[in-house]
Write a protein that binds this ligand. Structure first.
Ligand code: FAD
Length: 396
């Protein structure tokens, strides 16, 4: 494949462009904004940093956050200290970093809107500024709102989340996550270098945008976050179901989807940056080898089993109950009371604990978690000499 066109210069498209240009291909990347403040928390977990160390080792401004405050729907609080920080970027900076790398590798980057694509013939075609061009392969990296989907279907309402939020000129040192009663999603506050990204995400099939706006407003007022004059945003986020991951076509004879366009997002947490960058890398490698048909199998081996697990449990996590309370409430209470459980969730948040071995670890630590929980509730010294540190603010 001599010539490849990439539509979308977000994390997935830029990484794919870098890989292909490094492998010696002629790559044209088009983005209607280039580096821009795409609505996003901008948080990268340790799993992303481990896989792509350049995301930490660079001079671009970013914030390293070690602490997460969790608030249950009933206002229980707990604080997690993570062994590895979440690295938070403004998206203008992160997109700029990835596009700079793609350009340095030889990828041609152009600020343009791609209006339509045609993949019917052997050579793919795409239309930019009224002119049709040909390419050997089209990489569709145009995100979740993308309408350019040859040979596959659009995501449906139950495969999407709505998000709304503000960029607030205010500083903080910890991430805040707030759960809501019978709500499939959560509110977040992510501190960046010079501002906060505060927002809410919720299932598009289960909630209305007015509901989201109301919850977010209550949260910012309660936390004294001044939103007057702050930039408001709303966007969609893929929230793949099992069927999305197993059935939706992501590659054809002369095209493939990457990142949000392919719905590679963790439906439980909304983490998409790692999957965007990794899928861009894997598609780039498979194209460089001349074998795009290998791409789905490589994705499966790399992460889609994890996403399928998250898709299976997401509704139970947000709507289910455990020991008579919401699962999320119990989770916050256990984090507050049990150091062993706190460490487990800390690893989960920072991305070092995968879902595949989570169940085994949970069962293996259940006894000590419960004994720590009970000992803490009864204000007793815990068994096995474990010290319990109370980190929350409100009572259970
Ligand atoms: C509110 C919100 C908060 C989030 N927070 C986090 C977080 O903290 N951590 C995390 O890991 N993930 C987060 N995500 C998910 C993350 O933002 C996405 O998974 C990630 O941006 C996907 O990257 P991408 O390159 O696939 O798509 P995008 O980043 O959406 O990039 C697509 C690009 O395509 C361009 N484009 C679209 N159509 C065209 C066209 N026709 N012609 C030319 N260019 C086009 C756009 O300008 C854009 O730059 C969040 C998402 C949202 C909505």
């Amino acid at each position: 494949m001599a010539e490849i066109a990439i539509i979308g210069g977000g994390p997935s498209g830029a990484m794919c462009g870098e890989q292909l240009a490094r492998a010696g291909h002629k790559v044209n990347l088009f983005d209607e904004h280039l580096a821009w403040e795409k609505p996003c928390g901008g948080g990268l977990t340790h799993k992303a940093i481990q896989c792509f160390p350049f995301l930490l080792d660079n001079a671009y401004p970013k914030k390293l956050v070690h602490s997460v405050e969790l608030i249950s729907s009933q206002e229980h609080h707990a604080t997690l200290e993570m062994p590895h920080p979440i690295v938070i970027y403004s998206r203008t900076v992160l997109n700029g970093l990835l596009l700079d790398r793609a350009q340095a590798a030889g990828c041609h980057v152009q600020r343009s809107h791609v209006m339509s694509v045609d993949t019917e013939n052997t050579k793919a075609r795409y239309c930019v500024e009224g002119q049709w061009h040909e390419a050997d392969f089209l990489v569709l990296a145009a995100g979740a709102r993308n309408q350019l989907l040859p040979g596959t279907r659009a995501l449906q309402r139950d495969e999407l989340e709505m998000t709304q939020g503000y960029f607030v000129p205010q500083n903080a040192d910890a991430i805040t996550i707030k759960f809501l009663p019978q709500f499939e999603g959560y509110i977040w506050s992510f501190p960046r270098n010079d501002h906060l990204s505060v927002g809410i995400c919720g299932s598009m099939a289960a909630h209305t945008s007015a509901e989201l706006r109301g919850h977010l407003q209550t949260f910012v007022e309660k936390r004294n976050i001044a939103t007057e004059g702050a930039k408001f945003y709303s966007h969609v986020l893929p929230s793949p179901r099992e069927r999305t991951l197993s059935e939706r076509n992501v590659v054809g004879k002369n095209w493939a989807l990457v990142g949000d366009a392919a719905a590679w997002v963790d439906p439980l947490t909304g983490e998409g940056l790692f999957y965007a960058i990794r899928s861009g890398e894997l598609l780039g490698r498979s194209l460089a080898e001349g074998c795009p048909e290998k791409y789905p199998a490589w994705i499966k081996a790399a992460f889609s089993t994890e996403l399928e697990f998250a898709a299976r449990i997401v509704r139970r996590f947000y709507r289910g109950s455990f020991l008579g309370s919401a699962v999320t409430t119990r989770m916050v209470q256990f984090i507050r009371r049990s150091p062993v459980f706190r460490q487990l969730v800390g690893d989960l948040f920072s991305g070092t604990q995968d879902y595949s071995s989570l169940k085994r670890r949970l069962w293996g630590r259940l006894g000590i978690t419960i004994s720590e929980f009970i000992a803490s509730v009864l204000n007793m010294e815990p068994a096995r000499g474990t010290r319990i540190r109370h980190t929350g603010a409100a009572g259970d």
